[in-house]
Write a protein that binds this ligand. Structure first.
Ligand SMILES: Nc1nc2c(ncn2[C@@H]2O[C@H](COP(=O)(O)OP(=O)(O)OP(=O)(O)O)[C@@H](O)[C@H]2O)c(=O)[nH]1
Ligand SMILES: [Mg+2]
Length: 296
């Protein structure tokens, strides 16, 4: 479970791909409408960013043509997305803008530069396309798999407020809770809210499992910090370390979560959930050392 858009479903997909062998051609083909929908959500969010970002000046805004209307994906739509994404004004604005609850900004660097492939009639989504496609989850997803002679069930829940009250019913017999949060939360209020939600949830006496804290979107965090947009990290008010000490900042943010998860046995991982190599390494480690599986 985690804050909306933090990457829970992406983690769930990584489990499916790595441990259930999900991802044959036919399964990926079924994803095509969702990949197309995701493209349009990205276009819509990008157009809103162009309209509203204080980082974009009036003359820069005028130089960007109006966005295409949703429908079948056309060459014009792809060109608009690619050109707008590459404009200096948008690059600057994106690096100062928090990834909202839809989480689409995280996928811009992947989605826009290679959008032309969506025009191809015989295009089949790749695993990367699928990992970068966001679908806001309501209800739950479950996946069973067997690994090393043991049986596991992974459960994914939505992070929106309306979904959170259902969490407890799904996790009261879980042996391990994956708490996912973005490393690069810009808004201090948003961070406070996540901390409160996790504190009250994980403190529930019906839960007995250990906790894996996944500080996710490391790639985005590093891009923002290296790009120098560090000042937008409003919640780093009392951080006393160096601006470019990425490891120090990561630890500082994680400590805030560790404080509220204090009653639990917590393992921390800094993750990029869309990176299958990284995830396969991390998940193997977790399954080997921290889970309590059922013998089959
Ligand atoms: N760049 C980057 N993008 C990521 C990462 N993890 C997830 N994303 C993207 O962030 C967006 C939102 O991810 P989801 O997994 O759908 O988020 P969620 O937590 O399930 O969101 P809800 O279901 O609304 O609670 C998707 O476009 C993902 O591809 C990451 O580590 N790096
Ligand atoms: Mg989700």
């Amino acid at each position: 479970m985690g804050a909306p858009g933090s990457g829970c479903t992406t983690l769930f997909k990584a489990f499916q791909i790595i441990y259930s062998g999900w991802g044959e051609d036919a399964q990926r083909q079924e994803y095509r409408p969702l990949v197309e929908q995701h493209f349009w959500r990205c276009v819509e969010d990008l157009a809103r960013l162009v309209e509203t970002s204080p980082e974009i000046g009036a003359s820069e805004r005028e130089a960007i043509s109006p966005p295409p209307s949703p429908g079948p994906i056309t060459k014009e739509a792809v060109d608009w997305a690619e050109q707008t994404w590459h404009s200096d004004a948008v690059c600057r604005a994106v690096s100062w803008t928090p990834d909202g609850h839809s989480g689409t900004i995280s996928s811009y660097p992947y989605t826009f530069p290679c959008a032309e492939r969506l025009l191809n009639q015989s295009y089949t989504p790749t695993l990367q396309d699928i990992l970068f496609t966001s679908t806001r989850l309501t209800g739950i997803l479950t996946e069973d798999f067997t690994w090393d002679g043991y049986k596991y069930t992974v459960i994914d829940v939505g992070g929106q407020k309306s979904e959170r009250r259902k969490w407890i019913d799904h996790f009261d017999d879980a042996s391990l809770l994956y708490v996912v949060n973005m490393l690069c939360v810009f808004d201090p209020d948003e961070l406070e809210e996540s901390l409160k939600v996790f504190e009250s949830f994980v403190g529930n006496e019906r839960l007995f499992g250990g906790v894996v804290l996944m500080m996710n979107k490391v790639d985005l965090f590093e891009r923002v910090c290296v790009g120098g947009s560090f000042r937008s990290y409003g919640h780093l008010g009392d951080y006393g370390g160096e601006e470019k000490d990425l490891e120090g900042i990561k630890r500082y943010v994680a400590e805030k979560f560790l404080k509220v998860l204090k009653e639990r046995n917590v393992v921390i991982h800094y993750t990029t959930a869309t990176d299958l190599d990284m995830m396969s390494h991390i998940l193997k480690h977790i399954l080997q050392y921290h889970s309590a599986p059922v013998l089959v």
